[in-house]
Design a protein around this ligand. Structure first.
Ligand SMILES: C[S@@+](CC[C@H](N)C(=O)[O-])C[C@H]1O[C@@H](n2cnc3c(N)ncnc32)[C@H](O)[C@@H]1O
Length: 246
């Protein structure tokens, strides 16, 4: 049997098409546009109050270019790297202002080259040695004082986290969960300082949500984000900006 690791998990045109389609045609894409992307832009505005027009940006594990497309609209230069050529095929379409290339982030050798690095939906399901090696490459690629923006997208107490834990308890294959504080420890133990964060994702983030429920669920999520404490354990997602010391 072929050993599936996170490195090989998004190879192949079928996987890339279905990932891209989920963000084009299901609740995941609607939620990205209505909830996640506005929070990401708001967080970037907080951390870069004078804007990103002079910033060099790298999106690690950029996949189909969902996040790369949004950030590259703001920067002078954005680059995306991913190990999957099939995912990058869509990134070229979704992030036309960025330059993309195939690379394993753990082999990435650029040093102090970027003002902003991003990596979304990557650390949660990567194996621990891959997480550690990827973070090492990312920190090396950041200029002193640069910012790394990343997320973790299934806290154990969130709806999606509980679903995954029940699935695992029943012996089914399910993706990981991670507590926001464990992700915070992972980032700060690499010498990075937390400078801003947002929590969101209280509603079921499923591709099976019917179109009529999408708008009310996103409104509910935005409402809960505004009234519940930040870093609530019931939110699936924690979006965090960390700074490298100068
Ligand atoms: C869940 S996708 C996330 C894509 C995108 N960041 C997003 O949020 O939509 C994870 C991506 O990590 C990539 N990946 C896995 N291991 C990698 C590695 N060692 N170096 C670079 N990319 C890797 C996969 O090919 C896949 O495209």
């Amino acid at each position: 049997m072929t050993d599936i690791t996170y490195r090989t998990s998004h190879l192949g045109s079928e996987k890339a098409s279905s990932y891209n389609d989920d963000y084009d045609n299901s609740f995941l894409g609607y939620f990205w546009n209505q909830v996640e992307k506005p929070l990401l832009l708001d967080l970037l505005a907080e951390v870069f109050p004078t804007g990103l027009s002079n910033a060099r940006h790298l999106d690690v594990a950029c996949g189909t270019g969902r996040v790369l497309g949004a950030i590259s609209e703001l920067t002078s230069e954005s680059h995306g790297v991913d190990i999957s050529p099939d995912m990058l095929h869509f990134a070229e379409l979704n992030a036309p202002k960025a330059q993309v290339r195939v690379a394993d982030i753990t082999d990435f050798r650029e040093v102090e080259a970027y003002d902003l690095v991003s990596a979304f939906r990557f650390f949660l399901n990567a194996e621990q040695p891959l997480r550690d090696a990827a973070l090492e490459s990312i920190v090396a690629a950041m200029k002193p004082g640069a910012v790394f923006v990343t997320n973790i997208h299934a806290s154990p107490a969130s709806v999606i986290g509980m679903f995954r834990r029940v699935s695992k308890a029943m012996g089914r294959v399910a993706d990981n969960t991670m507590r926001h504080e464990d992700f915070a420890d992972f980032l700060t133990s690499a010498g990075l300082e937390i400078v801003a964060s947002r929590t969101y994702g209280f509603v079921p983030l499923s591709t099976k949500i019917s179109p009529s429920l999408m708008s009310p669920l996103c409104s509910l999520d935005n409402k809960l984000t505004s009234v519940l404490p930040s870093r609530s354990k019931f939110a699936s997602d924690w979006l965090v900006a960390v700074r490298k010391p100068t």
